[in-house]
Design a binder for this molecule. Structure first.
Ligand code: CAA
Length: 258
């Protein structure tokens, strides 16, 4: 897209973490760039889905341990260290797919878990090894992994620091799809799904993402009511009329995204 990034590259609607010397360890400057790239994609109404990926060897091997090593409690606390990582989960309304090949450890696993969908290769390696460094997951891993796989399994992984495979990520529901092969096969499948999502009405897509996200936070009754309100709201969109008229007329819907 003609923008300059030192440690990640962007192409179309895809962000590629590109810090090979440190296996895409997520330093604060790298995360700033990532947030900036995500915001720009999110503001671009021509982009209907975003993909975050890394290299064949590493999606991301965690937060940057060398940056964190000298950190003090007072600096971490007063500067709210790692809080900017929540930008993806809190502010990005366009669906984001993580395409994970290789290591997704610590903050790398947490970054993938913040995305709306995870696709991975069967040889991917996930894990929350922070316990081995004398700390705990700090970017939502204890919460999102537990919601994804249940308390006992998450507790075992977080307390032992044991990794889990891409195949297990698929079996446990962490990953929506496990692709056999390498990065090329992974990207082909990921981009197909991104294109499918991008082919629908933006209004409906944003609403669908919002209601699924709410299921992680609300009681069932509140969530169902929330969903119904947004469902009602979509009858005020142009695209509801376009979609349903096209169905009745056996035509392809030409979305207005309004
Ligand atoms: N931070 C900083 N540098 C890292 C890094 C990280 N998380 N992970 C890897 N690197 C660096 C290594 O230090 C090494 O650099 P040098 O060549 O300068 O020594 C380079 O990347 C290549 O790494 P290895 O030589 O270790 O590669 P490997 O193939 O032998 O091992 C690995 C790969 C198993 C992923 C190993 O690098 C590793 O264990 N990395 C750390 C994983 C980790 O503990 N992540 C959690 C971080 S804490 C966190 O994320 C907190 C949070 O919740 C937000």
């Amino acid at each position: 897209m003609g923008r300059e990034f030192s440690e990640l590259s962007t192409n179309g609607r895809q962000v590629t973490l590109n810090r090979p010397k440190a296996l895409n360890a997520l330093s604060s400057p790298l995360f700033e760039e990532l947030n900036d790239a995500l915001s720009k994609y999110d503001e671009n109404k021509d982009i209907g889905a975003i993909v975050i990926t890394g290299s064949e060897k590493a999606f991301a091997a965690g937060a940057d341990i060398k940056e964190m090593a000298p950190l003090t409690f007072s600096a971490a606390y007063s500067n709210n260290f790692i809080a900017p990582w929540s930008h993806l989960a809190n502010a990005i309304r366009t669906p984001v797919i993580a395409a994970v090949s290789g290591y997704a450890l610590g903050g790398g696993c947490e970054l993938a878990l913040m995305c709306d969908i995870i696709y991975c290769t069967d040889k991917a390696t996930f894990g929350q090894p922070e316990i081995k460094l004398g700390v705990i997951p700090g970017a939502g891993g204890s919460q999102r992994l537990t919601r994804a796989i249940g308390k006992s399994k998450a507790m075992e992984l977080i307390l032992t620091g044991k990794n889990f495979s891409g195949k297990e990520a698929g079996e446990w529901g962490v990953a929506a799809r496990v692709i056999e092969g390498g990065k090329e096969e992974l990207m082909a499948e990921t981009l197909k799904t991104a294109e499918t999502i991008a082919s629908y009405s933006r209004v409906a897509v944003v609403a669908a993402k919002e209601v699924v996200d709410k299921s992680q936070e609300l009681s069932l009754r509140e969530g169902v009511e929330y969903e119904r309100r947004l469902f009602h709201g979509l009858f005020g969109s142009k695209d509801q009329k376009i979609g349903m008229t096209a169905f009745a007329e056996k035509k392809k819907a030409e979305w207005s995204h309004e």
